[in-house]
Design a binder for this molecule. Structure first.
Ligand SMILES: [Zn+2]
Length: 142
């Protein structure tokens, strides 16, 4: 049986610690879990999970055949998939971190100013860990 370490079965105590009404939190959890399975499904098509590093995936090398053009196509496809692999990995990492924050009860609270993040921002981008004004301040610094 597949185990889901982060389920929706968060007890009320955990929910109370998050900076969001449970209605919004439930919605965010649902979006995040859907996103997680979607990303894992995408990654499983051309990678296998790295069993040593959690959250890391290794692209599998395609096997088309032993002819020269087949070998060239294998390399080309492998290289072409790497940016996609990294992008999916990053998205999955963000989703997992958001789920982790829900578990810890710090979700919905800006990691910089510790103020609650607005609900509409949470629902538009459930992986947000900073409020709009902090995010803006940081982006301008860069
Ligand atoms: Zn903030």
């Amino acid at each position: 049986m597949a185990t889901t370490p982060l389920s929706v079965n968060l007890n009320p105590m955990v929910k109370a610690k998050n900076g969001l009404p449970s209605k919004v939190l439930d919605k965010a959890v649902k979006i995040l879990q859907e996103e997680k399975s979607k990303l894992e499904n995408e990654l499983s098509k051309f990678t296998k999970k790295n069993t040593r590093v959690s959250g890391d995936f290794d692209s599998t090398f395609p096997e088309y055949g032993d002819k020269e053009d087949e070998n060239a196509a294998e390399v080309a496809d492998y290289v072409a998939r790497l940016p996609l692999e990294h992008s999916l990995e990053n998205q999955l990492r963000d989703v997992n971190q958001a789920l982790e924050r829900i578990k810890k009860g710090t979700y919905g609270i800006c990691k910089y100013c510790k103020k609650p993040i607005k609900e509409d921002r949470i629902l538009a981008r459930p992986t947000s860990s900073a409020c709009v004004s902090c995010k803006k301040a940081i982006t301008q610094e860069l």
